[in-house]
Design a protein around this ligand. Structure first.
Ligand SMILES: Nc1ncnc2c1ncn2[C@@H]1O[C@H](COP(=O)(O)OP(=O)(O)OP(=O)(O)O)[C@@H](O)[C@H]1O
Ligand SMILES: CC(C)(CO)[C@@H](O)C(=O)NCCC(=O)O
Length: 251
């Protein structure tokens, strides 16, 4: 039986296949707004239309409806949805888990599972929004911070001003520029790095021994290298890994 995990965010839809050992393999990102692209990938993954089981985490209800229709049209009957942190067994101290993102809870769950017990941790997820999550030494998610992501900040500056162009930051730029474009690149990129650094520093206060750090999300590869942190790792499929552990546990 094909087992699929999917992470429906605000920018992209990530899919992965779960192999016999419970590992997520062949993960890829698809556009959120293009069911034709989903169909092409799905017929490539499942050319013989064998039975499949899906586990889907979503923070995007309108696109989730489209995805539900897409799967129903393809006779996928076994779908489990994770729509908020309340649907995820990650231990937490949140006030209202039913309003918190399931993706956040799954990322925390996967990061905690990667580390031996007894050490606190921090998780930075660099997606449409950036989240920085705090985990206590006894493995409990204490909550986090939600900030604007790199592409979103760039789009906001472009859309809400008359003269600022749209730029796509793709690598660490010099910290100032002598014209609009490099000045914008500097402000966007280093502004986001500064926000993450500040949140990490402040959330680490009171955590002992020193917290581990896991990065994930579409912008993790360019942002992680800017902040020095002993033993920090980038795990691109952290949310899918967490989902596979929760939805398809090894028995
Ligand atoms: N091919 C791509 N298409 C879209 N975004 C990309 C791409 N490659 C890198 N990115 C970056 O990835 C970020 C989005 O990350 P990701 O796909 O992890 O977010 P998401 O899961 O959709 O968002 P969220 O979980 O915050 O709702 C954007 O800020 C963008 O800069
Ligand atoms: C913060 C994001 C956008 C990160 O993907 C998502 O988890 C979300 O929409 N969460 C709902 C609000 C919350 O987590 O408290």
């Amino acid at each position: 039986m094909l087992r699929i995990v999917a992470d429906l965010g605000n920018s992209r839809l990530k899919w992965g296949r779960v192999d016999r050992t419970g590992k997520v393999v062949e993960s890829l990102a698809l556009p959120n707004d293009n069911p034709e692209a989903w169909a092409v990938t799905w017929s490539r993954w499942n050319p013989d239309q064998v039975a499949s089981r899906w586990a889907i985490t979503t923070v995007n209800p309108p696109v989730a409806e489209q995805l539900a229709t897409f799967l129903a049209d393809r006779n996928v009957g076994e779908v489990t949805w994770y729509r908020s942190a309340a649907d995820v067994p990650t231990k937490h101290q949140l006030e209202a888990p039913e309003t918190a993102g399931a993706d956040r809870a799954l990322a925390v769950g996967a990061a905690v599972a990667m580390h031996p017990p007894g050490r606190p941790g921090l998780i930075v997820s660099c997606g449409t929004a950036i989240t920085v999550e705090r985990v206590s030494a006894d493995g409990i998610w204490q909550g986090g911070a939600i900030a604007p992501g790199l592409a979103l900040s760039s789009r906001a500056l472009h859309l809400l001003t008359a003269q600022l162009p749209l730029i796509i930051p793709c690598e660490a730029p010099p910290p100032w520029g002598r014209s609009t474009r490099p000045a914008l690149e500097a402000g966007l990129f280093w502004g986001v790095v500064g926000a993450i650094r500040e949140l990490l520093t402040r959330q680490a206060v009171g955590l002992s021994p020193s917290p581990w750090l896991v990065w994930t999300g579409g912008d993790a590869s360019i942002l992680a290298s800017t902040i020095e942190w002993d033993g920090a790792v980038v795990v691109p499929d952290l949310v899918l890994d967490g989902l596979a552990q929760v939805a398809f546990p090894l028995i």
